[in-house]
Structures are given as C-alpha cells and as structure tokens.
Design a protein around this ligand. Structure first.
Ligand SMILES: C[S@@+](CC[C@H](N)C(=O)[O-])C[C@H]1O[C@@H](n2cnc3c(N)ncnc32)[C@H](O)[C@@H]1O
Length: 197
C-alpha cells in the first residue's frame, strides 16, 4: 500500500521513534513529532542506510503540521495517537491539517483503540466514546468504524478498515486500523456541497 512513489512520511506522536526507524529502514524519509521529547533530544535527520532517514521533532502535532508546506507529504502515519485526549472538533482540526500537508492522493494511515477494546467504557465518561480511565489519569478517545468514517469524511476517501486484537494476554487491546486517501481540493468542495444539500 505504501509502495511506488511514497517517500516522505510524517508521523504524529512518535513515542521513542520505533515506527519511524522501521519506515526509514524501508527507504522512507520520516519526520516524526512527539510531545514528550525534550528540546535537547532533537536530532538532525539520521540516515538508516540506503535512501531512508528519520528525524524526531519535539512538540505538539497540530503546530508541527501547520509548519509543514502544503502538499509536501506522501503519507501521514500514527499509532495510538488519536486515542489521546482529543475531542471530536480537535480531531477534525487535526485531520484538516493532515489533509493540507498531504499531496492529493496521499495516504492517512492510523491505528487506534476501538470501541470494542477491553478498556472501552472503563472509568468516568468525558463525552461520547471518551473515558478517564482512572481518577485524575489519562482520558482515552476510542474509535468506532463509523467515527473513523465521519471524522475523515470532509476531505478523505476510505481505502481500508480492519480490526484486530493485539497486545499481551495480560494487556489485550483491540485496534482499528484505518487507511484514508486525501481527495483533491475540488473533490472535497464538491463533496461538502453535496452533503449540505
Ligand atoms: C500511546 S503513545 C504511542 C506512541 C508511539 N506511536 C507508539 O506506537 O509506541 C501516544 C504518544 O502521543 C504523544 N502525544 C500525545 N499528544 C500529543 C500531541 N498533541 N502532539 C504530539 N504528540 C503527542 C504522547 O506523548 C505519546 O508518546
């Protein structure tokens, strides 16, 4: 799915960069953003041999996306990032920014804990499909397929959805894997108009 001319990949919420390194080893030029990184941990792009390289940037994903030139990325990827405590309007803003940086036809690929995850419904409700798992602890936003379809619908066409159980037996998680393709600007406007009628 990522073959062909796909080269420039952005990752949101990279953590320690495990996936960024994986993609770089497979020839991608990866830039990842991670809120928990210290400024001193910023690295110049590092080569992994061949044509691949990766660089991790500390900071917030929204600001990172806004600093990228429009239509400069072939793919935007994230693993378990959109489950963080984002509201639906915040997701829509992020998705709009992802669409702006993607070349028309570029891919938005992400995995998220699904509404069939064992933790879904645990803790205190903070709004639709959002739960504060433990008092004062993290809030997670779980994704249904319908939500994934809706949140990308203004600017993306669905390519694939799949669900699977992952994790260890003492910490099972159920993930929804989503692949969307960025529509061109004209198609997005047409689609919005059609939905407004
Ligand atoms: C569940 S972890 C997943 C990390 C990594 N993708 C992985 O698969 O191991 C979510 C990551 O998103 C980061 N994060 C949360 N909010 C963020 C934001 N607004 N901008 C950038 N990173 C963020 C967190 O610091 C955390 O490292």
């Amino acid at each position: 799915m990522l073959g062909g001319r796909t080269r420039d990949l952005l990752e949101l919420g990279s953590g320690y960069g495990r996936d960024a390194v994986f993609f770089a080893r497979h020839g991608f030029r990866v830039q990842g953003v991670e809120l928990a990184l210290e400024t001193g941990q910023v690295g110049a792009p590092r080569s992994t041999g061949g044509e691949g390289s990766f660089a991790l940037v500390p900071g917030d994903a929204q600001g990172f996306l806004e600093r990228q030139p429009a239509h400069s990325a072939d793919a935007v990827y994230s693993n378990l990032f959109y489950n963080m405590d984002f509201t639906a309007p915040e997701h829509r803003v992020l998705f709009r920014s992802v669409w702006r940086v993607l070349r028309p036809g570029g891919l938005h690929l992400y995995s998220v804990r699904s509404t069939r995850d064992p933790w879904f419904g645990r803790g205190r409700s903070k709004g639709k499909d959002r739960y504060e798992i433990e008092p004062g602890g993290i809030t997670l936003h779980f994704f249904s397929r319908a939500y994934a379809d809706w949140v990308g619908s203004a600017r993306f066409s669905p390519v694939a959805r799949a669900e699977a159980r992952e994790g260890k037996s003492d910490f099972p998680v159920r993930l929804l894997y989503v692949v969307d393709r960025a529509r061109g600007a004209r198609a997005s406007v047409r689609n919005r108009r059609a939905r407004a009628l």
